[in-house]
Design a protein around this ligand. Structure first.
Ligand code: AMP
Length: 438
């Protein structure tokens, strides 16, 4: 017999998990559409060449294979590179700036751990074709809005800019090439601490003096204004870093004007973000309740789409990691926990009343009430038990007496109450009980 086992790092999501995942996705969809973002879906499989040369060190995590026709294919690593391809491929049909959202699985050959899988779902929001700091601010504002809507307590969005890290490397006397090693070392700050990063920097060929200067700068802390002021002073000789600081200031002004609570974001020079395609602001949301890593991250990548389009198309965006949000919400007991998608369970009184009960179920569904129908007539006690076992709150009975009076018996299994109601009033009563959460 075949092994009954799912592939390592890839998960099955049973119904109770799926209901919470769908709640997360519908919350993100609602917020995206409230901001006028449009949906996009692309295939999971891309030409390997499409993904190659864009991910830096992470390229080794791409799942690659050959199809029956000998084509070199790959499972998508994220939804950002496919977005870049689409933008180039359909340039004539897209109106820039384009706000798009996308939801689906991505694949990475990582070492699986809690919150880290080989198949995982991302929900991406990006603004394609705008260099405005208002675009950066809108994306960050949406992420704060989303985490608040999902009920995350005390999360913080850390903001930094690639040219601030670049500036830190340059004023420490490092070449542009060495800066890559600096990003990667600093990226591990929260995992390996100061001593660990120092070691990594030394390993990357940075001398001890420069390593100490870098470490001092990346640890600057305080309010957003304080951090930017300290950086402006220390990086005064680096034009690009000064422009980056001005850019971050504009983004912070945008966030304030959009009404994002100031305790939801901070400037953190130690935030690097691993991916190589970022060019401007980078950000990551963290919560002390999840020390294993970020809830989500993103940033500005002005050159990536140009690799496909042949001209620069400045873009900013982020990917919500659905699996990670779900894991943390489970752990922190956030979000609704329905046991079923149905609210009403229509019983079958006897063989003679099946048609009448089916008609009642159809009537309720037409009125927007999610309704399950029993499959075997007879023994009502058994049917009530079945409804209760499934976590459906209301069991309905339509027998000869009820039919004669044009009524329906509604049994609230949660409260153990039962009454007979005019048939026309049932849908309204169930809807009311639900909205009031009674
Ligand atoms: P990235 O595409 O690396 O910027 O990741 C964006 C978000 O996707 C992360 O913050 C995570 O929430 C999620 N994510 C990335 N890699 C994984 C993974 N291997 N397993 C689960 N979630 C992931």
């Amino acid at each position: 017999m075949a092994v009954i086992q799912n592939v390592k790092g890839m998960r099955d999501h049973l119904p109770t998990d799926m209901m919470l995942r769908q709640y997360i996705v519908s919350t993100l969809t609602r917020i995206s559409e409230a901001h006028g973002f449009e949906p996009l879906q692309t295939p999971i499989i891309e030409y390997a060449e499409t993904l190659e040369g864009k991910l830096g060190e992470d390229e080794k995590l791409i799942y690659r294979f050959e199809d029956h026709g000998g084509r070199r294919l790959a499972l998508r690593y994220d939804q950002t590179v496919p977005l870049a391809r689409v933008t180039a491929q359909y340039a004539g049909q897209l109106t820039l700036p384009w706000r798009r959202y996308a939801y689906g699985p991505s694949y990475r050959g990582e070492r699986p751990a809690r919150g880290r899988y080989r198949e995982f779902y991302q929900f991406d929001i990006d603004i394609v074709g705008s260099a405005s700091p208002l675009a950066d601010a809108e994306i960050v504002a949406m992420l704060c809005e989303a985490l608040s809507a999902l009920g995350f307590p005390d999360f913080v969005t850390l903001l930094n800019h690639r040219q601030i890290i670049g500036g830190i490397a340059r004023v420490s006397g490092l070449s542009e090439e060495a800066a890559g090693g600096v990003y990667r070392a600093i990226d591990k700050f929260d995992k390996i601490g100061v001593a660990g990063v120092r070691n990594e920097l030394l390993k990357a060929g940075v001398d001890t003096g420069a390593a100490d200067r870098i470490l001092e700068l990346v640890q600057i802390d305080g309010s957003a204004d304080e951090v930017l002021a300290a950086l402006a002073q220390r990086l005064a000789d680096d034009e690009r870093a000064i422009a980056a600081i001005a850019n971050l200031r504009s983004i912070l002004d945008g966030l304030a004007a959009m009404g994002v609570p100031t305790d939801q974001y901070r400037v953190a020079p130690r935030l690097a973000r691993g991916l190589s395609y970022y060019t401007g602001v980078v950000f990551e949301a963290i919560t002390p309740h999840w020390p294993e890593g970020s809830l989500l991250g993103g940033g500005r990548y002005d050159d990536l789409i140009g690799l496909f389009a042949g001209r620069n198309i400045p873009t900013v965006g982020l990917a919500f990691g659905i699996d990670r949000l779900h894991d943390v919400m489970l752990e922190l007991n956030l979000g609704p926990r329905p046991r079923t998608t149905a609210v009403a369970y229509v019983t079958l009184f006897s063989g003679d009343y099946v048609a009448a009960s089916l008609a009642l179920a159809a009537e309720l569904r037409a009125a927007g009430i999610h309704t399950l129908i029993a499959l075997e007539p007879g023994n009502l006690g058994k049917q009530f038990k079945e409804a209760d076992r499934r976590g459906v709150r209301f069991a309905l009975v339509l027998g000869p007496d009820e039919l004669a009076r044009d009524e329906v018996v509604v049994k609230d299994l949660q409260r153990g109450e039962q009454r007979s109601l005019p048939r026309a009033a049932v849908a309204g009563l169930l809807a009311e009980a639900l909205t009031e959460g009674k």
